[in-house]
Ligand binder design. Structure first.
Ligand code: SF4
Length: 406
């Protein structure tokens, strides 16, 4: 069944100034945190009994802040994932301020193989602007402890943030490299509507976040990280040999995944969706021609903690036809350095005919795609103008995506 599993923990010690993810500021000692984690563990058991965890290759416990569960709660949930799904890669997201030694060792001993740590910056003033709870010293110390524990460690870094300079960005990148991590994810800050940052800078042109600043910082990251032996395998992801995140690659290569928890997304093929429907009869019948279903868990965290049965959950759904699924795979594949799978391009040619060739010719002419080693691959310019590249591929999809909620 689904080869990747995602579990969402929707709690954080405090809301960061830029964050619009499904997470709510919640004290670690709030009984809801424990109740939710136990409910998620029970839901995992139901997914296993439906056969969804057979053949699971990777799992990811994200958030939110999974490390807010504490050593015991986190260890229990990770062990349940390891026991029921036995993924060969099991990643846990972490924030430096809640990644004490006890939590770190509990995650490792429960079966985590990888930690993804939200560092964002190694500059105290930048961290304060972002509303992060940790300072640079805490981040350095906790990342070093994670590396020393033997787990594979990734750090998230953010560029084009308030107060960041070319020099401070270079120092953050150098500092992360010096800590010995095997993987880095590097993103430009997105100012999302309704966030504290959006309100704070409502009357400001935010030149520090301008597209050319984002481009300059991403280009700097590529040059610096590649000079240290990291390969860029996706628009925002860099890894040393053998350290690429296999779970994230599932999202970009059309492999199905099951997401559990408030706000979690799943992507299922038709057979998997019909199997889920046996446990959750209120799921609507797929429209004719649908081959792929995207589901987002809409059940609130309190409701889920109170009743974790799959039949009690609410979802929003999108049903994709084969041409829509192929266009989506082309769009997502264009995030990867290796480019588009030739078999996928051949399938797209059968479905879209001359429209595909016209779109590809246009993207090649504009320098957003290039032919590399027999594959169509994104260029640096293509990534910098990602919306144009991805949009042109998605526009091959005919018709509207059918949606529903239940
Ligand atoms: S730690 Fe992550 S999920 Fe939590 S508020 Fe900050 S950015 Fe959002």
């Amino acid at each position: 069944m689904a080869s990747a599993l995602y579990l969402h923990i929707p709690f954080c010690a405090r809301k960061c100034a830029y964050c619009d993810f499904a997470s709510w500021a919640t004290p670690a000692e709030d009984p809801l945190v424990d109740a939710y984690a136990r409910a998620l563990g029970a839901q995992l058991g139901e997914a296993a009994s439906l056969g969804f965890l057979e053949g699971c290759e990777t799992a990811y416990l994200g958030g939110g802040t999974p490390t807010l569960l504490g050593a015991q709660g986190l260890g229990t949930l990770l062990k349940r994932v390891a026991d029921l799904a036995a993924p060969s890669e099991l990643t846990c997201e972490a924030n430096p301020d809640s990644l004490c030694d006890e939590v770190l060792l509990s995650a490792r001993d429960a079966g985590a193989t990888r930690l993804s740590i939200g560092v964002q910056s190694l500059d105290d003033a930048e961290l304060a602007e972002l509303g992060r709870l940790h300072d640079a010293a805490c981040a350095r110390e906790r990342v070093a402890a994670a590396v020393a524990s033997g787990l594979d460690v990734s750090v998230d870094l953010m560029c084009a943030t308030p107060g960041q300079t070319h020099e401070s960005w270079a120092r953050t990148l150098e500092g992360a490299v010096a800590l010995g991590v095997g993987h880095l994810s590097v993103y430009p800050l997105q100012i999302e509507e309704g966030t504290a940052l959006d309100r704070r800078y409502a009357d400001d042109p935010c030149m520090w976040n301008a597209p050319e600043v984002q481009a300059e910082r991403m280009t700097k990251a590529q040059a610096l990280l590649e000079s240290h032996g990291y390969a860029r395998y996706e628009v925002a992801s860099y890894a040393r040999a053998g350290k690429a995140c296999r779970h994230n690659k599932a999202y970009w290569t059309g492999r199905s995944y099951l997401g559990l928890g408030t706000g979690a997304s799943s992507m299922l093929n038709l057979e998997e969706y019909l199997r889920l429907s046996t446990a959750c009869p209120k799921l609507p019948a797929p429209p004719g021609g649908a081959v792929r279903v995207r589901l987002t868990g809409e059940t609130g965290r309190r409701e889920l903690a109170g009743d974790a049965r799959l039949c009690a959950q609410s979802f929003s759904l999108e049903f994709l036809t084969e041409p829509q699924a192929v266009a989506e795979d082309l769009m997502l594949g264009a995030r990867l350095t290796e480019g588009l799978d030739p078999a996928l391009v051949s399938r797209a040619r059968v479905l879209f005919g001359a429209r595909l060739d016209d779109a590809v010719d246009d993207l090649l002419a504009r320098g957003l795609l290039a032919e590399k080693g027999g594959r169509l691959a994104p260029t640096e310019q293509g990534w910098l103008l990602g919306n144009e590249l991805y949009g042109a591929l998605w526009d091959l999809a005919p018709g509207e995506v059918a949606s529903a909620s239940c």
